[in-house]
Design a protein around this ligand. Structure first.
Ligand SMILES: [Zn+2]
Length: 338
């Protein structure tokens, strides 16, 4: 089973206050405002389904639809407030989602144009909209699609997955107003039913410890490059080896302190959207780019830059010299993912 991302959100997900604030200020300073449309597939595997809630409309009383609406709003709010980014494409892309997709459907995904949420089977998974970090994770695949375009295979695929976990965690922390030392750093907490022995799908602070269950087995994520998993499954273990860069982000974020989106998150966001990340970047290349970005943002001898380099070295990845600029030259230099 390719366990997809998620995290805990008690009750309704999202930060309606921020979303409302973003909407209100749109007349004043042209602060970006979301344009959400939620549709209901009615238990069939069809898209988009019937529209049940549009931007600005009140909650409709369907938990999945209302959680999806709030989760899209919380993701939009992080991108706008923390990074000045207008939606996932940076150009105000309307955010569309479909809920109640399929029967007992155990996943949530970004299909390249919209978010799709299953209801879960009720035995292992609850409905996927309960997790704000899952929603943030999936929408971040859209951000990656519109920016670095990391190929979904091997190390670049694991980086693609990790970037989504990084944003998923940040969306949740931002909506809750948590500092790095207050956050749980779990992806998908609250998603498992009580039958499952596990806290979440993944742990960014301690990869490999999120669950240990008779049915699901044990969380297979490595926390260090020495334990990198070579496999043909899961596009070369993209959901497994993402534990390594996930932990690097957690280490950098907690060493820098404050909030994730003002510290390490600024570095990761800028690296991802800078045009310097090759589509087949490996861990060492991405590490080098984040290190270079941290020096640009904070100064070459800043403790933040040191924290980023130390974080990568702690997970066994030596940051490689970053390419100066994107384009053919950078692309030619890319390495093959294993
Ligand atoms: Zn994913």
């Amino acid at each position: 089973m390719a366990l997809h991302p998620a995290s805990l959100s008690p009750g309704t997900v999202g930060d309606r206050r921020r979303a409302v604030l973003a909407e209100r200020t749109s007349t004043a300073v042209r602060h970006p405002a979301p344009a959400r449309t939620i549709s209901d597939a009615g238990g069939e595997e069809r898209l988009p389904g019937e529209v049940v809630r549009r931007e600005g409309q009140s909650p409709i009383g369907d938990a999945a639809a209302d959680e999806a609406y709030d989760g899209l709003g919380a993701t939009f709010a992080l991108l706008a407030d923390a990074f000045g980014r207008d939606s996932i494409d940076g150009r105000g892309l309307p955010l569309d989602a479909t809920v109640h997709y399929g029967q007992d459907y155990d996943n949530a995904f970004w299909d390249g144009a919209r978010m799709v949420f299953g209801d879960g089977d009720g035995e292992v998974f609850r409905r996927f909209t309960v997790s704000l970090s899952v929603i943030g994770h999936e929408l971040a695949h859209g951000v990656t699609q519109f920016t670095a375009g990391l190929e979904y295979e091997g190390q670049s695929g694991a980086l693609n997955e990790s970037v989504s976990d990084v944003f998923g965690a940040m969306v949740e922390q931002h909506a809750r107003g948590q500092r790095v030392d207050e956050a749980d750093w779990l992806i998908g907490a609250g998603l498992f039913t009580d039958e499952v022995q596990g806290r979440a799908l993944r742990s960014m602070s301690a990869p490999g410890t999120a669950y240990d269950d008779d049915m699901l087995g044990r969380d297979p994520q490595p926390a260090h490059m020495d334990l990198y998993v070579e496999t043909d499954d899961d596009n070369g273990g993209v959901h497994i080896n993402s534990g390594i860069p996930n932990r690097a982000f957690h280490l950098a974020a907690t060493a820098i302190g404050g909030t994730s989106w003002e510290g390490a998150g600024r570095v990761w966001h800028r690296a991802l959207t800078s045009g310097t990340v090759p589509v087949r970047a490996d861990f060492a290349q991405f590490a080098g780019i984040t290190w270079a970005t941290s020096r640009e943002l904070f100064g070459s001898s800043a403790r933040e830059a040191e924290a980023v380099a130390d974080a990568w070295r702690t997970v066994g990845v030596e940051p490689r010299h970053a390419p100066e600029k994107t384009g053919d030259r950078a692309r030619r230099r890319e390495t093959k993912a294993p």
